[in-house]
Design a protein around this ligand. Structure first.
Ligand SMILES: *Cc1c(COP(=O)(O)O)cnc(C)c1O
Length: 371
């Protein structure tokens, strides 16, 4: 079965094979593996160990989003969130649940967050200390202009948290040119194409030093993770790490480097997008977004305006043909979501379009255009 979903993504056989190695995480053989992973991640964000630290956290992406909010935004602090879609809504919910006050900037589902709107909201409310935004909005498929949005906060003298969970490893990121960023957040199982279970933050060391405890949570304290690593060595973990998952992640990072890093990965995902975008149009379907707005991470396709359309039946028919897509709607207008990331190439997307064509015929759908 090919998973056409934005995480957990398809992995290569080498990555899954690496899971077969058992490790004692406190053993000397494991330390360099873990320390090496931490170091390898920094150049992907355009920085090195001189200025930044990479901080692993067991769990999924939400855990590290909450950890970053707790670590860097003071309790009761105000945080501006451009409401770009489902993942921005989740970010805002996490912030409120931690007792932070969210100021929302409404953004339409098919538009990019406007850096000028960010600037004017920040200018209007000096109590907003942080801006937090989603780089690639995994619900709509829109990629936002992270550099421009972040610059608006820098100019206003505010700090920034970037949810780059579905962007990191493919979309450009140069933290060396973004001193306003407190944390960029990602996981192992999206564009880095490893198995789920690990989340990460990359943060400036200067912002981590002396901050341990401010999170009011031992588990979700990025500054405590940093302080521990400084005290006991870069290869030590505070609690039992998912050792096999870390080793599989190292295998995925080696494949990532051999493929050519973020630029090569982005090119592969863009090629997947082209095949899918043109392919669904060729079989009479309508993409949710116009091409200039469509990012290379996920793509939504509008549901056909035919009474026989039924998402779950379509998903089942596609499964019988070897492809799995998301089985829920994540946009205002009903649309089915197809991931473009993972260990997949254009031949997979050509076959997926043929399977969609076939599945629509099997459903007896005559009108494939959207309303
Ligand atoms: C996947 C994702 C997350 C985290 O989701 P988890 O299910 O907790 O791993 C957060 N933000 C974005 C933009 C994502 O795509």
């Amino acid at each position: 079965m090919k998973l056409l979903i934005p995480g957990p993504v398809m992995t290569r056989a080498e990555v899954r094979a690496a899971l077969a190695h058992d490790f004692a995480p406190w053993d000397r053989d494991f330390y360099p593996i873990y320390a090496g992973i931490r170091e390898r991640l920094l150049p992907i964000a355009g920085v090195g160990t001189d200025t930044h630290a990479s901080l692993p956290l067991q769990g999924s992406g939400h855990f590290v989003v909450e950890a970053a909010i707790r670590t860097f935004v003071p309790r009761g602090g105000k945080i501006l969130v451009p409401m770009t879609g489902g993942y921005a809504t989740r970010l805002a919910r996490l912030a409120r649940a931690c007792g932070r006050e969210v100021v929302s900037l409404p953004v339409g589902e098919s538009e990019r967050a406007d850096p000028r709107a960010v600037a004017s909201l920040l200018a209007a409310d000096p109590a907003i200390g942080h801006l937090a935004f989603v780089y690639s909005e995994t619900s709509t498929g829109v990629v936002h202009d992270a550099a421009a949005i972040s610059t608006a906060a820098r100019v206003a003298g505010r700090r920034v948290i970037i949810d780059a969970v579905s962007a990191f490893g493919a979309l450009p990121l140069d933290l060396a040119a973004m001193p306003e960023v407190d944390a960029v957040l990602f996981t192992a199982n999206k564009c880095l194409e490893a198995v789920p279970g690990l989340a990460f933050a990359i943060a400036p060391k200067a912002r981590l030093i002396g901050r341990a405890g401010a999170a009011e949570s031992w588990c979700l304290d990025l500054a405590d993770i940093y302080a521990h690593a400084e005290k006991f060595g870069a290869g030590s973990f505070r609690f039992t790490p998912p050792a096999q998952v870390l080793y599989a992640f190292l295998a995925a990072l080696e494949i990532f480097a051999a493929e050519g890093g973020p630029a090569a990965r982005l090119a592969r995902y863009q090629a997947n997008l082209r095949v899918l975008y043109e392919g669904v149009q060729a079989i009479g379907l309508t993409p949710y977004l116009p091409l200039p707005l469509q990012g290379p991470i996920v793509m939504n396709v509008l549901a056909p305006d035919d009474p026989r359309w039924d998402l779950l039946s379509f998903v089942e028919l596609l499964k019988q043909r070897g492809f799995l897509i998301s089985n829920f709607y994540d946009t205002a207008l009903p649309s089915f979501r197809v991931g473009l990331i993972g260990a997949l190439g254009t031949e997979d997307y050509r076959a997926a379009v043929a399977a969609m064509d076939d599945a629509l015929d099997a459903l007896g759908i005559r009108k494939r255009k959207a309303v």
